[in-house]
Design a protein around this ligand. Structure first.
Ligand code: HEM
Length: 496
């Protein structure tokens, strides 16, 4: 061995020695000493839920991980989540750089991944359009009701055959979102719509795999596409292309028939035109519009569809609950007309069912990553600049101190008070909390109510195998999904 090799080896050994000795700042407690360079990156399992649960129990309401040098802080329990994301919203409401965001070719635009002035204006504009469409004639509820009608037809056409519902459910939800965005729906077999559905499925299913390339950009130079980063980028750009060419251009050129003027794209373009005319400073432009549409489709389709799949699964596993809901609908609305959003307050037990499914399914178990742009402290621990902050919503959904010792039991009654009224505690936060709370919460709640009430009214939901309802086990990915299962929709009108 020559002298240079000995010297280099000594430097590496000393580096490793001091790395291991080094206390990791005064960061929130960590489950183990981080490895050099990669930190805890390879200690993470595919399913983070049991790991977070254990670390929450062992390390307390705040713990941290070293992700190849970036500190990731996990916040647990309702009180601390509220303190961080509501009371200290100024410090913890930004988003970190994200692979998918860059992959679209429009980084930091739109809503989900935007920060600062852009985020503020895009979010406020979207909220104001949503509010506008939800008022008066309640165009939004009407859009959803119409799509639910088409969706019930689709279920009837299955004629009680066992079916996997993921694709159908995604199509129904994406069509509601498209109707809101464009003022028109797609036929389920429309080629553009089908292509959009495939692209969205691929993006949502593989986003987390692509994230590793954000941590180690050099990986993108490897031949092949092991981390899906290349196909993710191509798919995201293809979605943006459909949005620009088919959605925005069509409305700008007014080439499409059957378009209701009360739609997101038209109202956004009108407001953009107004601001430009009056010389108001604005971030509103075509790129932000396209990216906001992308955000609605990606953030809204799979989450809402997943949460409805959980509703189906719980209905299959608790037939007595299903019958109770049917009776409530029969008594309060009858079987002659479809439920409308005005019926919402009448169906207390159905609402309690929907709340209990949101709690137990915990579809967005770890919400969405936040970011801390400036160094600060939480509970006496240092949270360095550029940390990633995770609200662990699971820790609230399954907290015995909030829900009682039967926290893991499926019990819609926990949301009905002694006067028989619906009571939703503020700790039920499936849509997150604070400034970044889900923008589509109202839409998602209306969709869930209208789809499930119409479904329970018309169909009896049965498992494929009458003796064995499908498992309530989950698959952890971009969201928490049920394992694949089959269901039969048997028309109560005896048409089949
Ligand atoms: C049951 C269905 C849904 C669930 C459980 C859900 C949950 C969430 C959660 C947990 C967040 C992150 C909150 C945070 O960062 O702390 C979020 C953000 C968001 N959601 Fe939803 N969501 C659902 C449906 C929808 C729908 C239907 C849309 C729109 C069509 C939508 C649009 C968004 C957007 C745009 C954001 C980003 C907000 C921002 O960064 O300011 N979501 N959602």
């Amino acid at each position: 061995m020559d002298l240079i090799t000995v010297l280099l080896a000594s430097v590496v050994v000393l580096f490793l020695y001091f790395w291991f000795l080094r206390a990791d700042g005064n960061y929130p407690p960590q489950p183990s000493r981080p490895l050099p360079v990669v930190g805890h990156l390879f200690s993470l399992e595919d399913d983070l839920r049991p790991q977070y649960k254990k670390w929450h129990k062992d390390l307390g309401e705040i713990f941290s991980l070293n992700m190849a040098g970036t500190i990731m802080v996990v916040i647990n329990g309702y009180d601390l989540i509220k303190e961080i994301f509501v009371k200290r919203a100024d410090e913890f409401s930004d988003r970190a750089p994200f692979f998918l965001d860059k992959a679209t070719g429009m980084p930091c635009k739109g809503i989900v991944f935007a920060n600062g002035k852009t985020w503020k204006e895009q979010r406020a504009t979207a909220l104001s359009i949503l509010r506008n469409l939800g008022m008066g004639k309640d165009t939004l509820a009407q859009i959803i009701q119409d799509e639910v009608g088409h969706f019930m037809q689709l279920l009837a056409q299955l004629e009680g055959r066992p079916t996997k519902m993921r694709i159908n459910m995604n199509m129904g939800i994406a069509n509601v979102i498209c109707s809101f965005l464009l003022g028109r729906r797609f036929e389920y077999d429309d080629p553009t719509f089908q292509k959009l559905m495939q692209l969205l499925r691929y993006i949502v299913g593989n986003t987390s795999k692509g994230e590793i390339v954000s941590v180690f950009p050099i990986l993108s130079l490897l031949p092949g596409d092991q981390f899906h980063s290349k196909r993710l980028a191509a798919s995201s750009k293809a979605v943006i292309e459909i949005i620009v060419e088919k959605f925005i251009r069509e409305i700008q050129d007014d080439t499409s028939e059957d378009v209701t003027p009360s739609n997101f794209v038209t109202l956004y373009l009108e407001e953009m035109g107004r601001k430009r005319k009056t010389g108001e400073e604005t971030t509103m432009d075509e790129e932000n519009l396209a990216k906001s549409i992308f955000d609605f489709l990606v953030a809204g389709t799979e989450t809402t569809s997943t949460s409805l799949l959980w509703c189906l699964l719980y209905a299959l596993n608790y037939p007595e609950v299903q019958e109770k809901i049917f009776k409530e609908i029969e008594n309060e609305i009858g079987l002659e007309r479809a439920p409308t959003s005005q019926d919402r307050t009448k169906l207390v037990y159905l609402n309690a069912f929907l709340a209990e499914v949101s709690r137990l399914a915990s579809v967005a178990a770890h919400a969405f990553t936040h970011y801390c742009p400036q160094e600060t402290t939480v509970k006496g621990y240092k949270v360095p600049k550029d940390s990633i902050i995770i609200p662990n919503l699971d820790s609230v959904m399954y907290d015995k101190k909030i829900w009682g010792n039967d926290v893991m039991s499926f019990k819609p009654e926990r949301f009905i008070n002694q006067e028989g009224k619906l009571h939703i505690p503020e700790q039920l936060i499936p849509f997150g909390i604070g400034r970044r709370i889900c923008l589509g919460e109202g839409m998602a709640q209306t969709i869930r109510f209208l789809i499930m009430s119409s479904m329970f009214q018309r169909f009896q939901l049965l498992p494929r195998d009458a003796e064995a309802p499908p498992s309530l086990g989950y698959v952890f990915g971009a969201d928490v999904s049920p394992q694949s299962f089959e269901i039969r929709f048997v028309d109560r009108r005896g048409e089949i």
